[in-house]
Design a protein around this ligand. Structure first.
Ligand SMILES: *Cc1c(COP(=O)(O)O)cnc(C)c1O
Length: 329
């Protein structure tokens, strides 16, 4: 399995153009003041599925052999990869089965069903859903679609960064939230070609550090997977993205679930933006490290907006617990 090239990314961009308009990138004075930096937010929460992953799903499905398409695809996911595949499958008339953990976000599960995919709920976490999906795909002769060990998914997702560097060509750093690492790997590939002076920094939840530890140690490792932040909740590193990250990633940081909730509140308040936890993780990393980011031009990708009701209530409850000075500032 080879990483996609810049040509693959530009092909994906042409392929996606009739399906998905570019997403906006804005900075906000209140957020800039809180961060001490100029923070350009890439609004992937405005995708039709509420997350960036749909770029990868459409790219992959559009390139499948007709015979494979006819038999259909199986995916496993905490929700956004699932919605991406279900959306793309509906677009191209491909049968689609999704395996999600039993306690999956209801809104994400309902969205998958409404997109017409078959939904199977199995296991406690993403890591339990994966082997079940694998055996289901084998039994039914369907194509298993990994969350990240898929060059076409990485090429599709990389269009986020081709777009971002066209919108903001002079970024000093881009911070990308990581679950499987497809997004961060895509950012690294595009930056190397289009913005070689820009650092790519990855961020995962401290309670699910498998991707970070895999990158640090230079080999795929398993780690406890306890974060409540869905898009970041993976328990092991993925081979293809890790290979790309190893060569090109500037740094990989961790943030706590609380810091993520605080950043969600900031985005809601300062950028009128509904982020799910994973969509706020890059902002959390910037707010957590003023020494690194002060005075710089930083891109943060708001990767998704599919927050559950409970997540939103938790986020909004922060308004009453934040210090008055912070609220007035
Ligand atoms: C999947 C997801 C991520 C993590 O992306 P990977 O490519 O799996 O590393 C981040 N944010 C959201 C909203 C996601 O759905």
């Amino acid at each position: 399995m080879e990483p996609p090239t810049l040509a693959d990314v530009l092909d994906a961009q042409r392929l996606l153009a009739p399906h998905l308009p570019p997403t906006p990138t804005w900075n906000y004075p209140a957020l800039d003041a809180a961060a001490g930096a100029t923070v350009f937010v890439k609004h992937e929460n405005t995708q039709p599925t509420g997350a960036f992953k749909v770029r990868g799903g459409i790219t992959l499905l559009s390139r499948l052999d007709p015979a494979v398409r006819e038999r259909g695809v199986v995916g496993y996911s905490t929700g956004n990869h699932a919605q991406s595949l279900a959306y793309a499958a509906r677009l191209f008339g491909v049968p689609c089965t999704i395996v999600m953990p039993e306690q999956a976000n209801r809104a994400k599960a309902d969205a998958v069903r409404r997109l017409g995919a078959e939904l199977v709920q199995h296991g406690a976490t993403f890591d339990d859903a994966a082997p079940y999906a694998r055996s289901l795909a084998a039994d039914r002769g369907m194509r298993l679609v990994s969350a990240a060990d898929e060059p076409d998914i990485i090429a599709g997702v990389a269009t986020v960064y081709a777009e971002l560097f066209a919108q903001q060509p002079h970024l000093d750093a881009v911070v990308v939230p990581v679950g499987s690492g497809s997004g961060a790997a895509a950012a690294c590939l595009v930056a190397a070609a289009l913005a070689p002076g820009c650092e790519i920094i990855a961020v995962q939840a401290a309670d699910s550090p498998a991707a970070r530890d895999s990158w640090r140690g230079g080999e795929l490792v398993r780690r406890p997977n306890r974060t409540a932040v869905e898009g970041l909740a993976t328990g092991s590193g993925f081979a293809l993205p890790q290979r790309i990250l190893r060569d090109r990633l500037a740094d990989f940081v961790l943030v706590g679930d609380d810091e993520i909730a605080a950043a969600q509140w900031r985005l809601l308040h300062d950028a009128h933006l509904l982020a799910e936890g994973a969509g706020a993780a890059a902002t959390a990393a910037v707010l957590a490290d003023p020494d690194r980011f002060t005075g710089r031009r930083v891109g943060v990708v708001c990767t998704g907006g599919n927050a559950s009701g409970a997540e939103l209530r938790h986020c909004i409850a922060r308004e009453t617990t934040e210090p008055v000075a912070a609220r007035l500032g």
